[in-house]
Design a protein. Structure first.
Length: 567
């Protein structure tokens, strides 16, 4: 392919009637003031989208515009170009077409980048236009640190040899950032952040050390290493978490912050003694993320509308329920974000503080100094709050204090571990909360789960298995065979899993006067009957089936999530 010519982006978009003269002049003035790229100014001002710019460039240069989300990328082709160059030139090799390499570029008019790519690949190249955001996401997924982690683990193993090393001194020594254990941990954090892992598990086995990442709720083995490096990793992590490094017999919990790929990550760490050494689990909380938005977590429009109306009431208790890892905290913080304004005082009582929100008073529970949920909650109520978030109703005392706060003019948000919305008021009664409190304080219960979403790059029709057919018949009756069901084949975009990302399934029980009366008078059969009528069939299972019919998730995934409470 001949070397591309430089194109003036603004004039090209104007010529193709994609922007107006006024928009061009406004963008040029802003570019001059801020120094940002003109294309970025167009997109951020909402004049055009990235796809519109990419399509216009493709037409102007008579080259293809490739949607990377639908393109089956080949790892060995992509990695013909090192990650540093791929990020620097916003480019990626897509296909070996014999006499040339097809290369996707976010800006195919960049002459310097074109020359450098040809030099790096040592082949003739042909260009295609790709969306820059899609390109950067693909680079994050495909340039994994697996080989680097394995190499560093071996280097650490050789560094240890058979010697006994004083790891206590490791944190104080000069040049610590060059120590193999530090470089290995930094690389593990880099890779985990790159693939969107929520947790890192470092698990000593009899003959090896397993390092696993939890991605979209499922654990994946990242690497296996020599068991001899396990103590050094555990001790280094204890040092930075300020845990007792000499204590290996008891579990310990801590936290630290680390900057990874220009993102601030809060890390919650838990150590536990096992048969073959200390198991370490780290929860990664990205503090650089955007504002949490209730409208973007997958809540059905009807439930979202009702939930929003409930949380804006002046007082009452709203509970979000589900197992660990079902997105309860995300939902509650989305609610706090909506409620947060200068006219209200918001206080949260958490263990730990998972997201930091400006304008909100957030308190970290610390059992070691007797700073318990109940004690902090009592103090919080003396701080004249309008809205209080209690991380979890862990015990009867906390539940009763929260209920009393809801009865005395406060909006209280909290979580509880129950299977579904209907069983939640019953669980409160089992905890010893008086019936009148449940009837008068509880406003609503939102139950939720997270289901994995079919990868949008490799969806395929999929025949139902007999057990899936029977399960769907419970919701769809004889109409089961009227629909087409999908799954993900597995591709480079989803690391071969067929899933990419997660979304929520929800059910909402709103406490009516009849329900409150039944709860107050301890009439459990009538309460259960009224609650089922109030939900009206809009259960977690029905929402999961709706996602299946929309092609967003698989039947097996819907069954896995909803059977958690049907068993």
């Amino acid at each position: 392919m001949t070397r591309p010519e430089k194109i003036r982006l603004g004039e090209m978009l104007l010529r193709q009637r994609l922007i107006s003269e006024e928009q061009l002049q406004a963008a040029l003035a802003e570019q001059k003031r801020s120094g940002r790229k003109l294309g970025r100014v167009f997109v951020e001002n909402g004049f055009v989208t990235e796809d519109v710019i990419s399509g216009a460039l493709a037409r102007q240069m008579n080259i293809p515009f490739i949607h990377l989300k639908q393109y089956n990328l080949k790892l060995q082709i992509v990695r013909m170009m090192p990650e540093m160059q791929a990020r620097r030139f916003r480019a990626m090799p897509l296909e070996d077409q014999g006499d040339h390499i097809l290369v996707g570029m976010a800006d195919p008019t960049d002459l310097f980048a074109y020359d450098e790519i040809a030099r790096v690949l040592k082949r003739n190249i042909k260009l295609a236009v790709v969306n820059e955001n899609d390109l950067l996401q693909a680079i994050d997924r495909l340039y994994r640190r697996t080989e680097e982690i394995t190499t560093l683990a071996r280097e650490l193993e050789q560094d240890l040899g058979d010697n006994v090393i004083d790891f206590t001194a490791l944190g104080m020594s000069a040049g610590i950032e060059d120590a193999p254990v530090v470089r290995l941990l930094q690389t593990i954090f880099d890779d985990a952040t790159q693939v969107g892992a929520s947790d890192i598990h470092i698990e000593p086995q009899e003959r090896s050390l397993h390092i696993r990442f939890r991605i979209d709720g499922v654990l994946h083995l990242q690497t296996e290493a020599d068991i001899r490096i396990a103590p050094s990793l555990a001790l280094r992590l204890k040092l930075i978490s300020e845990l007792q490094i000499s204590e290996k017999r008891l579990p310990q919990d801590g936290r630290f912050s680390i900057t990874v790929r220009r993102q601030l990550i809060d890390v919650r760490i838990s150590t536990m003694p096992t048969q073959y050494g200390e198991s370490v689990v780290m929860r990664l909380l990205n503090q650089s993320g955007g504002i949490l938005d209730l409208a973007k977590i997958g809540m059905p429009p009807d439930i979202l509308r009702r939930f929003r109306a409930i949380i804006h009431r002046p007082n009452g208790l709203v509970l979000v329920t589900g197992p660990t890892g079902s997105g309860k905290t995300t939902t509650l913080y989305g609610a706090l974000t909506e409620l947060n304004d200068a006219s209200k005082k918001l206080i949260t009582v958490e263990d730990p503080v998972e997201y930091r929100l400006s304008g909100i008073n957030q308190v970290q529970v610390n059992e070691k100094i007797d700073l318990s949920f109940s004690r902090v909650l009592r103090s919080a109520l003396r701080q004249d709050p309008d809205i209080v978030l209690v991380g979890e109703m862990r015990d009867p005392e906390t539940a009763q204090i929260g209920m009393r706060a809801a009865m005395t003019g406060h909006m209280v948000l909290s979580t509880l571990h129950t299977n579904d919305a209907i069983s939640t008021p019953v669980r409160l009664l089992d905890m010893g909360v008086p019936h009148f409190m449940v009837g008068s304080s509880l406003q609503a219960v939102l139950a939720q789960r997270l289901v994995r979403v079919i990868c949008e790059s490799c969806p395929d029709p999929f025949p139902l298995q007999p057990n899936e057919h029977e399960w769907l018949r419970g919701e769809l009756g004889d109409k089961v065979d009227d629909y087409e069901y999908m799954h993900g084949r597995g591709c480079t975009h989803c690391n071969g899993t067929g899933y990419r990302g997660r979304t929520g399934v929800y059910e909402l029980l709103e406490m009516t006067n009849e329900l409150a009366t039944a709860a107050t008078h301890d009439d459990l059969p009538r309460f259960m009957q009224l609650a089922q009528t109030q939900i009206g069939g809009n259960t977690l299972r029905r929402h999961a089936v709706r996602l299946v019919l929309e092609g967003k998730t698989t039947v097996s995934e819907a069954m896995r999530v909803t059977n958690q409470f049907e068993d």
